[in-house]
Design a protein around this ligand. Sequence first.
Ligand SMILES: [Fe+2]
Ligand SMILES: [Fe+2]
Length: 213
Amino acid sequence: MPKRRNFGSLAGRTALLHALAHIELNAIDLAWDMVARFADAGLPREFLNDWIGVASEEAHHFALLSARLADFGANYGNLPAHDGLWEAAAATAGDLLARLAIVPLVLEARGLDVTPAMTGQLDRLGDVKSAAVLRLIYEQEIGHVAVGRRWFDFMCRSQALVPEQAFHDRVRKFFTGELKPPFNRAARDAAGFPASYYEPLAARTAVNRIDDC
Ligand SMILES: [Fe+2]
Ligand SMILES: [Fe+2]
């Protein structure tokens, strides 16, 4: 996948919106996959209601980004797109705790970390419409991380697991690499997702690595 660097050019902005639309399209499928795949896991009805709500919001996000792409004379499908989200879904298809750890609590939480900088950049370029779309997505994604945490903890309680420990185990097993700081602590806190889950998995700085030797 080519790197997106210059949001100031029409091509760069289109590539950014296209990449985000691709993430949202995958997010729709992932939310419905949660409903369909784990419907028989003995979870309360609220589990299904929560993910149906997430799917509905992801569809809205995709529609907003598609409309913005159209403003730039582009459509979803014009550009290549990565397969990372779907690979994560396939890897965690047999393990609900792993799915909850990786999709909402690693990948969607990462979205909270990186979105404010993108929004600020779009604002500075004067693209207030795209910035407004990203702001709305950001607010709703806090809720998606909250849903992930809610059901991750529910599953841990039902299996007498310590949630932080179970999170560390699943992320180490199913996620390649370390979690990238800086974390958006305020947004993660707003989602009820404490640092005790993710800080111990954070990529250490080069200095720390040298000190460790
Ligand atoms: Fe979304
Ligand atoms: Fe989401």
